[in-house]
Write a protein that binds this ligand. Sequence first.
Ligand code: FAD
Length: 546
Amino acid sequence: MARPLLFVVDRDRGSLSEMVTDLTRRFGNQFEVRGKSSATSALAALRGAAQEREPVAVILVQDAEADLLGSAHELHPRAKRVLLVDRDYSSTSPAVQAITLGRAEYHLTRPWADDEMLFGPMSEYLLAWTREQEPSFEMFRVVAADGDPRVHRLHDVMTRFGMPYGTYSVGSAAGRDLLDDAGLDGTRLPVVMRYDGRVMIDPGMPELADALGVNVTEDARTCDVAIIGAGPAGLTAAVYAASEGLDTVMLEEEVSGGQASTSPLIRNYPGFPHGINGGLLMERTCEQAWLMGAHIVFAQRAISLEPVGERRVIRMLDGSELSARVVVLATGIEWRRLGVAPIEALVGSGVFYGAAVGESRAMQGQDVFIVGAGNSAGQAALHLAKHARSVTLLVRSESIARSMSTYLIRAIESTPNVTARCGTEIVDGGGAGRLEHLTIADRATGTAEQVPANALFIMIGGEPNTQWLPDDIARDDHGYVMTGSLAGPPVAGAPERMLLETSMPGVFAAGDARHGSIKRVASAVGEGATVVWMIHEYLRALEPVS
Ligand SMILES: Cc1cc2nc3c(=O)[nH]c(=O)nc-3n(C[C@H](O)[C@H](O)[C@H](O)COP(=O)(O)OP(=O)(O)OC[C@H]3O[C@@H](n4cnc5c(N)ncnc54)[C@H](O)[C@@H]3O)c2cc1C
């Protein structure tokens, strides 16, 4: 089979030839390295590769030829684009805008002191490409009707566990062959087949989790710490609690990762300058918690919590119970999603859930849209307007006056490059690997228009997963769990209430479900780690004084 291509484009012929030689020396066994010294010759070569169906893994382009990246992406949408820039850590470096707006996935800075500074990052980019190729071995095969929404969920679960799988339409020859082999007629779909012959028809979460080889039942009935929710806050709490010798059980109603694993690219998590796939980050954290000794139980929803003496008893949907000395509520929130598939596919590549502050500089001269009508959307619009060419607020209702403070409305009205379009909604959007256009419909007339767009911030709110908690756990008007002094004075005789402790002694909250939380992966991780220190303090205070 032909080796996948690694393309290098650099106007400086001397440097180009050196890079091609060096990269061939290191990666030549698996990849064919080709060099071009102009955008025109590179484009012709890339076009030829597309016609010959030669796979292109990486396109490394000197910033002077950066315009090539758009056409290169159209020809080879799966290739990783790397911008080669000179060392310049100012906010005007071309790498800043290219990466924020999804025009390139990575950058390389030159000069490099030794070859490893080129080879190290390049290995990472090639690995990222390799991971996204069709698996040569499918651990699971899914046969389903075209457009069945349950397939999306199956896809989500398989992806979160990093399982190689394939999906086959029931209308295809391959799909029918698979059903025949399993002795099924396809009247009940979707069918999930494991490599060893196990067949599941329209499996529920527990059956699927079991087939994936993860725990769905907890044999232990007692533990030191029960953590509810396996998003970034719960997983981090599990890593720390288990590593510090506490007998830890984590309950998750679905599979691990929480909201974070629905994000294809988390760009603001420290240590990952080019961003990291949220699913991958969470998968690694989950594995770390397991290796530290945490008992992780999937497909188990906590439905009630009550104090019994000095212990806290959690009841699960399947009727089983778990008694813990301490409970951490890390159940997060359910963000309202826009639900427009082509837009969801571009999250991280010009489409962002949540506030825009961190991305504002990269919006220099761009056309930016915000969906939402709350104060946070208004504040984001004003902030982005300092850099963007235009900011458009898209609002479903006929007016923003009901949902936004008057001072913000006035500020928006007096900012010339901000416009509010009321009575509108997004019905479509897309671009070549990054957001380039949106289709906006007028809700009253039904007419739709396509507009150019470089970035979209979705700020339509969410609800905390806390409805199941008892009244003893104080919550704010929106259901977020109150902690620390906001949860009220300590119960008589109980140790002093700490920053992440709820109104029920021995029950802590971390991450998005907590009142006043920051709604970021890093802050949820920080709270997950901090809460374990507080658990130690709480348990120490309960020990009899000798
Ligand atoms: C599309 C998207 C993109 C995002 N991008 C970014 C980004 O780029 N950068 C960033 O910093 N933040 C981002 N965020 C926000 C970030 O993901 C969240 O702030 C973070 O995941 C919160 O972590 P958490 O652990 O508090 O809660 P969650 O991640 O919400 O996890 C909570 C977990 O609890 C489980 N659960 C709920 N109720 C129960 C129950 N009763 N029993 C058992 N389990 C239960 C849920 O199934 C879930 O797995 C994004 C969010 C979304 C939706």
